[in-house]
Design a protein around this ligand. Structure first.
Ligand code: SF4
Ligand code: SF4
Length: 214
């Protein structure tokens, strides 16, 4: 089985697929597959200085579509005798004392698969689609690729150059050239956007980032 087989299988259900051989197995599985769905530009345009109800619904719909695609891919792999481990598209599990941490970082997986990089706004920025994407991850023992994972380095952040749009736009001052403050971001959303998605989405730093520095 190859990455192209997976692309054909998922057809229009996802926007891009990547795969890599992991530096270290996860759950005993040595390969990672990253699935990406590009968000609707028109829906992202409804974000102003706050998220919109439409954006929140789209965010949840795309996460559900990603979970469904990951599960279908898992069954496809299983049918050919391989094991699979899907990671939920949007789920915090509060491990290591970090309330924002998931079972595995989708961004890390997508970087491993060479689909893009992580910007100063802490968003995954897809090589072609920019930051307006959502991700899901499937681990497997199926040798889908010869590609060794790409490990992101600090120097990768140079692609953001002098842009700084997300730094200027973030109302929580959660983004700086030195790093991203997940707590400040989360607390701001919970406080200011409680009536839109119960404070779980914002999207301002995604909307302003055009990823042109890629
Ligand atoms: S999601 Fe909103 S609050 Fe969080 S970093 Fe981006 S702009 Fe700032
Ligand atoms: S808005 Fe500019 S600085 Fe921020 S992540 Fe996007 S490209 Fe990088």
């Amino acid at each position: 089985m190859t990455v192209n087989d997976i692309k054909r299988f998922l057809d229009c259900r996802v926007s891009d697929v990547g795969a890599a051989r992991l530096p270290e197995p996860f759950m005993g599985l040595g390969y990672v597959i990253s699935l990406c769905i590009k968000l609707s530009d028109s829906v992202v345009d409804t974000i102003t200085d706050k998220p919109s109800h439409t954006y929140f619904h789209h965010y949840r719909s795309v996460n559900r579509a990603l979970d469904d695609a990951a599960q279908s891919l898992g069954l496809y792999l299983q049918k050919y005798g391989y094991d699979y481990f899907p990671v939920a598209a949007s789920q915090s599990v509060n491990t290591d004392g970090n309330p924002f941490k998931g079972v595995y970082s989708h961004k890390q997986a997508a970087v491993y698969c060479k689909l893009g990089f992580v910007g100063l706004n802490n968003l995954f920025i897809h090589n072609e689609f920019g930051p307006k994407v959502r991700l899901v991850t499937v681990f497997t023992d199926c040798p889908v690729t010869d590609n060794q994972a790409r490990v992101m380095e600090r120097s990768d952040y140079r692609v953001c150059g002098e842009c700084g749009k997300c730094i200027a736009a973030c109302p929580a001052q959660a983004i700086t050239p030195e790093g991203f403050d997940a707590k400040a971001c989360s607390e701001y959303m919970k406080r200011e956007f409680q009536l839109i998605g119960r404070g779980s989405v914002c999207g301002i730093c995604m909307k302003v980032c055009d990823g042109k520095n890629i």
